[in-house]
Design a protein around this ligand. Structure first.
Ligand code: DSN
Length: 479
């Protein structure tokens, strides 16, 4: 561990150097720390990276092009990039028990694109090259190339529906994945809110996807990846898991056995900045069958790798291999369950009636509000969340009927079960005292709301008091 003094000195010195060039940027960085310190951050996909992870990103690695892979670059002088990329990949393989890790993706969408194109190359392009008896696409005749392009664009994907908690990058039309694939989705059981594996199997049998995707950004329960793999195998699909949201719970061995995607999936993608608590970025894990195709991610779909971010990934993954990370991961889930219980006990409606991961989805129609009204009223009260669709949401993806809350960030700050109950009280107070507003013509509005500003101020102060017992980055003082 570095000394608190070293961390303060490092950040202060960095701000001093930046301030000499563009003081407004230095001020904004300082203001961001102050804002994060003061707000009750319940965004399920956010966290607070360690000082070491943050500092690993601000250096000369940012200046280096490093297209290619470790030891096989298209640019000279990559020996130090090789060191950090190899370290990040080694930590990732050891942490997750994967045989191959590709740490270049810049984000989750990038990681998913790398995975999709690795699968397409393996399942569609390679057989086409073999049939044509050529080694690479440049050797195909115009006619065969045209046929291959059509075949690549005519593949099917089955993933979780958006309103059940799936992700836009799993084949939905507004995202490039929806333009690449013919997509169908599986939802959840309307009575329980849970994945119905028999229905997934039925959808797979009918649709015969090339890729079966599991993973979510707003499903508050575990997924049985062993069953999903069996379904994929039964129809010859490649099984892909996007574990971006719960990678920290896998790393911390809270999700094991059937609930750990790594032994069951052909390919696993993730971000590195959510429950895993690293820098913003992405990563792909796979077995030897897909490794070569995955390593072609740059320049297939990625711009040049970001060596400074790979350095930070190596630091964060090293942190996640320490024994205390398992304790952190368990506390994330304990806190989410305490928050869920606190809300249920006060009369809130939760999708699936609770949680067994890091997130809770409140159906705010029980408070007579849309997600958008609830999100804004909470924000006025110093509580940062995001609105989210609930299954079969009557208000659609923009206004929604849900509020998604998650505990990775507050758990990093050190808050525990008692503070989760206090947080549930604050959320319930705001939502139960907010009423829907009207448009100028008197019609009901899905965005406007009425909340007494004095109450919002009071809750905001209570939130600040709650946080003051667990300061963020206690080792860092900027003044
Ligand atoms: N933006 C992330 C989330 O909030 O879930 C995933 O895209």
């Amino acid at each position: 561990m570095s000394s608190p003094n070293a961390e303060s000195t490092a950040f202060r010195s960095a701000l001093e150097v930046i301030r000499a060039v563009e003081p407004r940027v230095a001020d904004a960085i300082g203001a961001e720390l102050a804002d994060q310190r003061e707000s009750l951050k319940l965004i399920a996909s956010e966290n607070y990276a360690s000082p070491a992870t943050l500092l690993a990103m601000g250096n000369w690695f940012s200046d280096k092009y490093a297209e290619g892979t470790v030891g096989r670059r298209f640019y000279a002088g990559c020996q130090n990039v090789d060191t950090v990329e190899a370290l990040a990949a080694e930590h990732a393989r050891e942490l997750f028990g994967a045989s191959h890790a590709y740490v270049q993706p810049h984000s989750g969408i990038d990681a998913n694109l790398v995975a999709f194109w690795a699968i397409l190359a393996d399942r569609v392009e390679s057989p086409a090259l073999k049939r044509a008896q050529v080694r690479q696409v440049n050797d195909l005749t115009e006619e065969d190339w045209f046929a291959l392009r059509r075949e690549l664009g005519d593949q099917r994907m089955l993933g979780m529906s958006l309103d059940a908690g799936g992700h836009l990058t799993h084949g939905f039309r507004p995202n490039i994945s929806g333009k690449m694939f013919d997509q169908r989705s599986y939802g959840t059981d309307p009575a329980t809110g849970l994945i119905d594996y028999d229905r997934v199997a039925e959808a797979a049998r009918e649709f015969r996807p090339l890729i079966l995707v599991a993973g979510y950004s707003a499903y508050p329960r575990k997924v049985n990846f062993r069953i999903m793999r069996e379904i994929a195998d039964s129809v010859g699909a490649t099984f892909m898991v996007d574990m971006a949201h719960f990678a920290g719970l896998v790393a911390g061995k809270v999700f094991t056995g059937d609930f750990d995607p790594v032994p069951h999936a052909h390919i696993v993608t993730t971000t590195t900045h959510k429950s895993l608590r690293g820098p913003r970025g992405g990563m792909v894990l796979c077995g030897p069958e897909l490794a070569d195709q995955v390593d072609r991610g740059c320049p297939m779909v990625l711009g040049g790798p970001l060596p400074h971010v790979m350095a930070a990934k190596a630091v964060a993954l090293a942190e996640a291999r320490r024994p205390d990370f398992a304790d952190y991961a368990q506390r994330i889930v304990d806190n989410a369950q305490a928050l869920a219980e606190g809300l249920l006990g006060r009369g809130a409606t939760l999708v699936t009636g609770g949680t067994d991961n890091h997130l809770v989805l409140i159906d705010v129609s029980g408070y007579g509000l849309t997600g958008r009204q609830a999100e804004q009223a909470l924000l006025d009260s110093g509580i940062v969340t995001n609105r989210n669709a609930v299954p079969q949401d009557p208000n659609g993806a923009w206004y929604t009927s849900g509020i998604r809350i998650g505990t990775p960030a507050l758990t990093t700050r050190g808050l525990g079960a008692a503070e989760m109950d206090a947080t549930a009280e604050l959320i319930h107070t705001v939502l139960s005292q907010t009423t829907p507003g009207s448009n100028a013509d008197g019609t009901p509005s899905k965005a406007k709301y009425v909340l007494d500003p004095a109450l919002a101020d009071k809750v905001s102060r209570q939130a600040t008091d709650l946080l003051s017992t667990h300061p963020l980055y206690p080792s860092v003082t900027l003044t």
